[in-house]
Design a protein around this ligand. Structure first.
Ligand code: ADP
Length: 178
C-alpha cells in the first residue's frame, strides 16, 4: 500500500506517519526530515536548502524530487511508502506519478488532514522534542510530567525546530495554501 499524507504544517502528518509505519510494513518518506538531516550534515543539498527552509519557503522541485527518488530505492522490497510532505507542488505530483510507474507501484490512498490555521500556529509554536529519543511535546498541551525530563527516555536535552516560530509558521501556511 502506498499512501500520501497531505496537510498543513502542524496538522500531525509526521505523528500519523510514524503510527502507520509502526503498525504496517510501510516506509515513511518525509522530505522535511530528509532536508533537515542534509542541513545538519552540512551537505551541498543542505547548504542550498537551509536558508529557504528558515524562511518557510519551498525548496526547488528538482532537489526534492531527486531526494525522494533516491530514497524510494533504499527501502525494503515490497514495502509500501508513506509520503509525508511530498508532493507539495504540481511538478512534484507529476514526478511522483512517474516514479511510482517506473517501479510498477501505484498510489492507493491520499489522506488529507485539515486543521484551522490559528490552531496550527498555536500547536507549532509550542512544540518541542526530546533530543535523544525524538518524543514530541507541547508547552501547554503535552508538557513533560517532570519538568525538563523526557517521559519516555529520561533525556534532559530538548530541541525546537528553527522554523517553528510564528513568523515562519505563517509563511509556511501561506506556501501550503498556495
Ligand atoms: P511542515 O509540513 O511542518 O512545514 P516539513 O518538515 O514537511 O514541515 O518541511 C519543512 C520545510 O522543508 C518546508 O518549509 C520546506 O522549506 C521544505 N520542504 C519539505 N518538503 C518539501 C517539498 N516537498 N517541496 C519543497 N520544500 C519542501
Amino acid at each position: 500500500m502506498n499512501l500520501v499524507l497531505l496537510g498543513p504544517p502542524g496538522a500531525g502528518k509526521g505523528t500519523q506517519a510514524k503510527l502507520l509505519e509502526d503498525g504496517h510494513a510501510l516506509t515513511k518518506l518525509s522530505t522535511g526530515d530528509m532536508l533537515r538531516a542534509a542541513v545538519a550534515a552540512g551537505t551541498e543539498l543542505g547548504r542550498k536548502a537551509g536558508d529557504i527552509m528558515e524562511r518557510g519557503a519551498l525548496v526547488p522541485d528538482d532537489l526534492v524530487i531527486k531526494l525522494i527518488a533516491e530514497r524510494m530505492d533504499e527501502g525494503g522490497e515490497g514495502r509500501g511508502y508513506i509520503l509525508d510532505g511530498f508532493p507539495r507542488t504540481i511538478a512534484q505530483a507529476e514526478a511522483l506519478d512517474r516514479l511510482l510507474a517506473e517501479r510498477h507501484k501505484r498510489l492507493d490512498r491520499v489522506i488529507v488532514m485539515e486543521v484551522d490555521d490559528e490552531a496550527l500556529v498555536e500547536r507549532i509554536t509550542g512544540r518541542f522534542a526530546c533530543a535523544d529519543c525524538g518524543e514530541g511535546y507541547h508547552d501547554i498541551y503535552k508538557p513533560t510530567k517532570v519538568p525538563g525530563v523526557c517521559d519516555r527516555c529520561g533525556g534532559t536535552q530538548f530541541v525546537r525546530r528553527r522554523d517553528d516560530n510564528e513568523e515562519v509558521v505563517r509563511a509556511r501556511l501561506k506556501a501550503y495554501h498556495a
